[in-house]
Design a protein around this ligand. Structure first.
Ligand SMILES: Nc1nc(=O)c2c([nH]1)NC[C@@H]1CN(c3ccc(C(=O)N[C@@H](CCC(=O)O)C(=O)O)cc3)C=[N+]21
Length: 283
């Protein structure tokens, strides 16, 4: 058996085509959506991600505003950059690229972002709205995962989902999305303290691997026919390595390639948050 490919690149292209039309409508009505990025330091990985986000913006007609600060930037320096984007009418949404250098207080900076401009959906107010099931920008990777499963008709309702990894950006917030009444999945959140990871993963109809540990999910842990989504972005010898062993392809029913799976969906849903923020301005 070989798994059906959950093609994130192709699905993201469809989302971007829809966003391109919506951006054109917004422009006719006098609003140009604009994505801001705040990047602190010279981490090569972060540089590549941020450059990619600006390319994506150009593709759909979103303006972009890039703020790059040196690794030595102080807390007040970054606060000033955030205050400027909060005040800028040209910026309808923005992100502070993570991780930030260790000397900075990440939480204080994230809390300073205007929740209405939070393109990542990671502001505590917006995560709180997600807990309360109130309309808010959604975290990009979890939202991308839900849309990718829907695109390929993978049943979510009633599914047993095992999420591996409790990070805010993916694991912890994905459970909130998938347990909404509209999705109705049953979600188990596994992490480094989980006693017997394999026994949990074996029960799963859908496995989401977001731990950042190469080859954590092995072939013999996966129930035949399960959908497996690989969110891992570790670097091994300069190459991107996911969390899922290659031969899982032989047992899974659906599988995301990596690259070309969850990453492009994350980027498309970031653009979607920027467009939605601009649409909310129109009311
Ligand atoms: N505030 C903030 N928001 C983020 O969303 C955020 C962040 N900080 N810090 C770093 C992580 C990582 N991340 C990726 C997004 C897309 C790909 C992606 O599209 N990767 C391509 C491969 C690389 C490429 O072709 O550019 C793929 O999977 O096909 C990868 C990684 C977002 N992050």
């Amino acid at each position: 058996m070989s798994a059906v490919k959950l093609d994130g690149k192709a699905t993201a292209a469809k989302i971007k085509a829809d966003l391109t039309k919506r951006v054109a409508v917004l422009k006719e009505r006098g609003i140009t959506p604009g994505l801001g990025t705040v990047l602190v330091g010279e981490d090569p990985g972060s540089q590549i991600y941020v450059a990619g986000k600006h390319r994506d913006c150009a593709e759909v007609g979103i303006a972009s505003i890039r703020v790059d600060l040196p690794a030595t930037a102080t807390q007040p320096d970054v606060e000033a950059a955030i205050d400027e984007l909060n005040a800028s009418p040209a910026c309808t949404g923005y992100i502070v690229q993570l991780p930030l250098p260790k000397h900075l207080d990440t939480m204080a900076l994230l809390e300073r972002i205007d929740p209405a401009k939070d393109a990542d959906g990671l502001h505590p107010v917006n995560l709180g709205r997600l807990v309360h099931m109130v309309d808010a920008p959604l975290p990009c990777t979890p939202h991308g995962i839900v849309l990718l499963l829907r695109e390929y008709g993978v049943p979510i309702k009633g599914a047993e989902v095992v999420v591996v990894g409790r990070g805010i950006t993916v694991g912890r917030s994905l459970g909130l999305l998938l347990t909404r009444r509209s999705e109705n999945a049953t979600v188990t959140l596994c992490h480094t303290g989980t006693q017997d990871l394999a026994s949990h993963v074996r029960q799963a109809d859908i496995v989401v691997a977001a731990a950042g540990v190469p080859e954590l999910i092995k072939r013999d842990m996966v129930k035949p026919g399960a959908a497996v989504l690989d969110v891992g972005v570790s670097r091994v010898n300069g190459k991107i390595a996911g969390d899922v062993a290659l031969d899982v392809e032989e047992v899974a029913g659906h599988l995301t390639p990596n690259p070309g799976g969850v990453g492009p969906m994350t980027r498309a849903l970031l653009l979607s948050n920027v467009v939605e923020a601009a649409e909310r301005r129109l009311g």
